[in-house]
Design a protein around this ligand. Structure first.
Ligand code: ZN
Length: 146
């Protein structure tokens, strides 16, 4: 992960070692599974909505540091947000990770701004988000990045 910057690298590793909101939400009303076969990352996202708001969210999975840290930071970022707010955060996050947009307005997710330099890692960083969107849309099919 050379090039991501020491501070960012440290934060990613910290979230990898002790991911936030890790587990399965028993009271979840939205669930989706995601798979990134290219790297071997697997994730399940469970969400409890209250009206249009993400009241609680957890993720469980196994994967590389980037995918785990991205899921951890995502759950922190979207908890308490409305579906629309989460969607607009994704719309800023995704171009940043692809290297076509700035890190403006993404908050802590800026730690992934260097990921576009490592194309193979882009899917690791976006897996949790694809899975969250599938969960919110009530998509029953597992999400695959392939
Ligand atoms: Zn990965």
């Amino acid at each position: 992960m050379n090039g991501l910057g020491d501070l960012y690298q440290e934060m990613i590793l910290e979230h990898y070692k002790s991911p936030r909101n890790f587990g399965v939400l028993e009271s979840a009303d939205h669930v989706a599974h995601g798979d990134n076969p290219l790297c071997g990352d697997k994730i399940a996202v469970t969400v409890k909505m209250k009206g249009d708001r993400i009241e609680d969210i957890k993720f469980k999975g196994s994967g590389c540091a980037i995918s785990t840290a991205s899921a951890s930071l995502m759950t922190e970022a979207v908890k308490g947000k409305t579906k629309g707010e989460a969607e607009s955060l994704y719309e800023k996050f995704h171009p940043m990770v692809m290297g076509t947009g700035s890190a403006e307005g993404v908050g802590k997710l800026e730690v992934f701004s260097g990921v576009h330099e490592f194309p193979i890692r882009v899917k690791c960083a976006t897996l949790a988000w694809h899975t969250l969107r599938a969960a919110l849309e009530g998509n029953k099919e597992p999400v695959s990045t392939e």
